[in-house]
Write a protein that binds this ligand. Structure first.
Ligand code: ATP
Ligand code: MG
Length: 561
């Protein structure tokens, strides 16, 4: 749907309402805040398209903010990958920000809270703190350290910062309300001790701020007007606001947190923790394995930024959790590749075809259109000769009338070439067909304008000339999980549903024009699907990934909202 004809989603309604109440449009500012603890996945694409999409719509800046407060899981490699992926999707951030750049400011604010009696150092174990949390219906119990003096708190907090304690010995907690009906308000932890070097601040800090204390304040520092996060943070909003109350100045923009539903996708998992497990266990070759639902995996698989964005915009933003069928994503990439991918001929499971009445030494270079969807794509020449490969599945000795491919006594057209008739076939000792003999009609050449060239036959087959064919490794992918929702089972782990046949590697025969194909180039192998050149490819050995098959199974499906 075009931007103008589409109705506003609920997030846009929130912004429009704020604007109508006088919020200045030039103060709108958004952010996309990934934690650099893994690669971005297709779920993140929703959040990226939402935030950067709003930026484009309102001509507002969008920051790329790394939420890097947990050095035990975060790495520079992930920062680099995230930047690469957001750029590849075609979005430009205004400022590259890091929560770690605000560690000093956050620390200074924490001191102010301590001085105001709004934060204290708790010296209990995390187990004891958890035990005192109460339940949603029972209030929590106050920590015996809750009423420490300001002086003692200041000293302990400084000692925490100075590395005088071991991990777990103390934490800093906000002093809010142990009886709050919102458990998150029961004196949440603001800081913990972690003796881990940070990928940016190195060993400058050994206390690290918690998500809740960091996120809203980072939004405020950056003057983000609307901070959109996923629904699991809905209960955190009260705390987000409480923390902001402690620092916000009248003259500044007060950020507003609003929530939208996390997207889940069928036949895969989209949690960095689970994706990391797939990588570490060796089920996949890395974060960018073409079977991974990561942006880098999809890129390597042959997806285009346009198709991912079209998909994200089609599913839009929802208020409730749901599972989106991955075939919708496949639909979008197919639709885009149909427009841009040159057509070529490649035989994946070869069966030799000999044209008995075609001269032994003759070869012809036939004119072949590159893309019927795009006239500007032009044409190329493909070699034709006496011996060709066709797909095994395109020939049967006998078949009923619905089989529009080649059968004994039947005719088909060879794409861009001639009409042939199957006369006989040869089998090996196991009864497998190993060769088909046929005759061709020399007057039926495509595009020659003769009456025979215009003759309609039911089937058209792709083929490659045996003596001109180049060989390539082709990687055929299937879904990574056998289950539609692998991570929602009570008794079983998502790893129990790994599809053992998610990758099949074959040796295929290609028309020679593909010899110069470069990494990342995309093609339609006619009748077989869309393929691109994998980064493992070399001039000596081409490697192709199947991005998606040609068949559109989506039409029958709907987004499960
Ligand atoms: P994960 O569990 O995969 O690590 P996360 O939410 O912890 O996800 P972040 O790096 O914190 O990952 O996410 C950055 C932004 O992307 C957040 O605003 C988050 O809400 C959003 N996001 C993450 N996963 C999804 C998803 N599946 N659907 C929509 N938005 C998502
Ligand atoms: Mg996270």
């Amino acid at each position: 749907m075009s931007e103008t004809s589409r109705s506003l989603n609920f997030i846009e309604h929130i912004i429009e309402e704020d604007l109508s109440k006088g919020f200045p449009e030039n103060k709108l500012r958004f952010r996309f805040p990934p934690e650099p603890n893994g690669y971005l996945h297709i779920g993140h694409a929703s959040s990226i398209c939402l935030n950067f999409g709003l930026g484009l719509k309102y001509e507002a800046p969008v920051n790329l903010r790394f939420d890097d407060t947990n050095p035990s899981k975060e790495e520079q490699e992930y920062v680099d990958a995230i930047k690469r992926d957001v750029s590849w999707l075609g979005f430009e951030w205004d400022t590259e920000c890091y929560a770690s750049d605000y560690f000093q400011q956050l620390y200074d604010w924490a001191i102010i809270l301590i001085k105001q009696g709004k934060a204290y150092v708790d010296s209990q174990s995390s187990e004891d703190i958890a035990l005192q949390k109460g339940t949603p219906t029972e209030p929590g119990k106050a920590s015996p350290f809750r009423n420490r003096s300001v002086e003692e708190n200041l000293q302990l907090f400084e000692d925490m910062k100075d590395g005088k304690f071991k991990e777990g010995e103390h934490v800093l907690r906000a002093k809010i309300d142990m009886a709050s009906s919102n458990m998150l308000m029961r004196d949440p932890i603001m800081y913990r001790i972690l003796h881990k070097p940070h990928h940016r601040t190195n060993t400058d800090w050994c206390i690290y701020p918690m998500y809740d204390w960091t996120h809203g304040e980072s939004d405020y520092i950056e003057q983000v007007s609307h901070s959109f996060c996923t629904m699991e943070f809905a209960m955190h909003r009260e705390l987000y606001d409480w923390f902001l109350d402690q620092v916000v100045k009248e003259t500044k923009v007060r950020p507003k947190q609003r929530e939208f539903a996390r997207r889940n996708f069928s036949h895969t998992v989209v949690s960095k923790r689970k994706l990391l497990k797939l990588v570490e266990s060796g089920v996949v070759t890395g974060w960018n394995d073409p079977r991974m639902p990561t942006i880098s995996g999809l890129r390597r698989r042959g997806y285009t930024p346009e198709s991912i964005k079209a998909f994200a915009n089609t599913i839009g933003i929802a208020k409730r959790d749901n599972v989106v069928d991955v075939s919708l994503l496949e639909f979008h990439v197919r639709e885009h590749l149909n427009k841009i991918a040159p057509r070529v001929m490649a035989v994946l499971n070869p069966l030799k075809l000999v044209i008995t009445n075609y001269p032994e030494d003759q070869e012809e270079w036939l004119e072949a259109e590159n893309n019927p969807e795009d006239e500007a794509a032009g044409s190329r020449k493909v070699p034709f000769s006496k011996e060709l490969y066709i797909e095994q599945e395109d020939f049967r000795e006998e078949a009923n009338r619905k089989f529009f491919r080649l059968k004994l006594g039947g005719e088909v057209r060879l794409k861009n070439g001639y009409i042939i008739k199957a006369e006989s076939c040869t089998k090996d000792t196991n009864g497998n067909i190993i060769e088909v003999q046929c005759t061709y009609d020399p007057k039926s050449k495509s595009g020659s304008g003769t009456e025979e060239s215009l003759r309609k036959v039911k089937g058209t087959l792709h083929w490659v000339s045996v003596k001109h064919a180049i060989q390539a490794e082709v990687r055929l992918y299937d879904r990574l999980f056998t289950e539609e929702t692998p991570d929602t089972h009570q008794e079983k782990d998502f790893m129990d549903f790994i599809n053992p046949d998610s990758l099949k590697v074959i040796n295929a025969f290609l028309e020679p024009s593909l010899a110069s194909a470069e990494v990342g180039e995309k093609f339609q192998f006619q009748r077989m699907g869309y393929f691109n050149v994998d980064k493992d490819s070399t001039p000596e050995k081409l490697v192709f990934n199947r991005t998606v098959g040609l068949r559109d199974t989506w039409a029958k499906l709907q987004v499960k909202n």
